[in-house]
Design a protein. Structure first.
Length: 260
C-alpha cells in the first residue's frame, strides 16, 4: 500500500487491540504493518508479528499504537524514544514521571497519549470546562466495567483537571467539602484537582460512562456521556493516527487533534 502510514499495534490480541487492528486494516490511508503480542494472532502473511516490542524491527513501521497496560506501555515508549518513532498510546496508568522521562528522551518522536479515544467523552470535557465558570460547585462521577484496573479513570481525572483550570481562570475558589462526619470512610469519593470530588463506580455490564454535575443555588446542570461498545473508540483512534503530524513532542489528550 504505497504511501500509507505503516502502523504497528502493540497488544493486538486484546479487546481493544483486536478492534484497532481490524479498523486499521479497513482504512484506505493506513496499513497494518505489524502486530505485537505474546501469542501469534491470525493475520495476513504481509503483517509482521513480534512477541514483544523489543523484537520488532523499527524499519517495519512508521508509528505504533499501544493498547495494553502501563508496564507494557513503558517498554513501548522506551522503544519509541530509542528508534525515533511516532506513537499513539491508549493505556491507563502512565504517570507524570513517565511522561517527563519520555519528553527528555524522545526528541525525534511525536507521541499522543490518549486517556480516552471517545470523541464524545472529549467533547464532554470541553463542554464541562465551558460550564465551570458559571456554577458554584461540581462533582464528577465515572462508571466502568468491573474489570477496569484503575480508579478513578484517567478520563475523570483529566475532566476534573480541565474544570478546575477553568474555575481558576474565572476567579472561582477551590471547592470546599462541608462534610464533617463520614459514616463510611471514602463515601465522598476522592478529592481531585481544585477540590473536585471524583466518584468511581465499577459494575459488570458497563463499558465507560461519565457524568459531570454542576450546581448553584436554585439550579443544576448535568452533562453525561455513555459508551455502549468499544467499537466507538475506533473513530478517535483513526483520527489520532491521521493527525499525528499535528502533535508537537509529547502531548496528552485527543483534543489536541480533534479540531479540523
Amino acid at each position: 500500500m504505497t504511501g500509507a502510514t505503516r502502523v504497528g499495534v502493540v497488544g493486538a490480541t486484546g479487546k481493544m487491540g483486536s478492534l484497532a487492528a481490524a479498523a486499521i486494516e479497513r482504512a484506505a490511508d493506513l496499513e497494518l504493518a505489524a502486530v505485537v503480542s505474546p501469542r501469534e494472532p491470525l493475520h495476513a502473511p504481509s503483517v509482521v508479528w513480534a512477541e514483544a516490542i523489543e523484537a520488532l524491527d523499527p524499519a517495519a513501521v512508521t508509528c505504533v499504537v499501544d493498547l495494553t497496560r502501563a508496564d507494557v506501555a513503558r517498554r513501548t515508549l522506551a522503544w519509541v524514544a530509542a528508534n525515533g518513532k511516532d506513537a499513539v498510546i491508549g493505556t491507563s496508568g502512565l504517570t507524570d514521571e513517565d511522561l517527563a522521562t519520555l519528553r527528555s528522551r524522545a526528541a525525534r518522536s511525536r507521541v499522543l497519549v490518549v486517556p480516552n479515544f471517545s470523541i464524545g467523552a472529549v467533547l464532554l470535557a470541553r463542554f464541562a470546562a465551558e460550564a465551570a465558570a458559571h456554577f458554584d460547585s461540581v462533582e464528577v462521577i465515572e462508571l466502568h466495567h468491573d474489570a477496569k484496573r484503575d480508579a478513578p479513570s484517567g478520563t475523570a481525572i483529566a475532566t476534573a483537571r480541565a474544570v478546575a483550570a477553568a474555575r481558576t481562570t474565572a476567579g472561582r475558589p477551590p471547592i470546599s467539602d462541608r462534610t464533617e462526619h463520614w459514616t463510611l470512610e471514602g463515601a465522598r469519593g476522592a478529592e481531585g484537582p481544585g477540590g473536585i470530588r471524583i466518584h468511581a463506580v465499577r459494575l459488570p455490564g458497563l463499558v465507560a460512562h461519565q457524568m459531570v454535575s454542576f450546581s448553584s443555588p436554585g439550579e443544576g446542570l448535568t452533562l453525561r456521556h455513555d459508551t455502549y461498545d468499544r467499537v466507538s473508540f475506533m473513530d478517535g483512534l483513526l483520527l489520532a493516527l491521521r493527525r499525528l503530524d499535528r502533535v508537537a513532542g509529547v502531548q496528552v489528550g485527543l483534543e489536541h487533534v480533534l479540531d479540523g
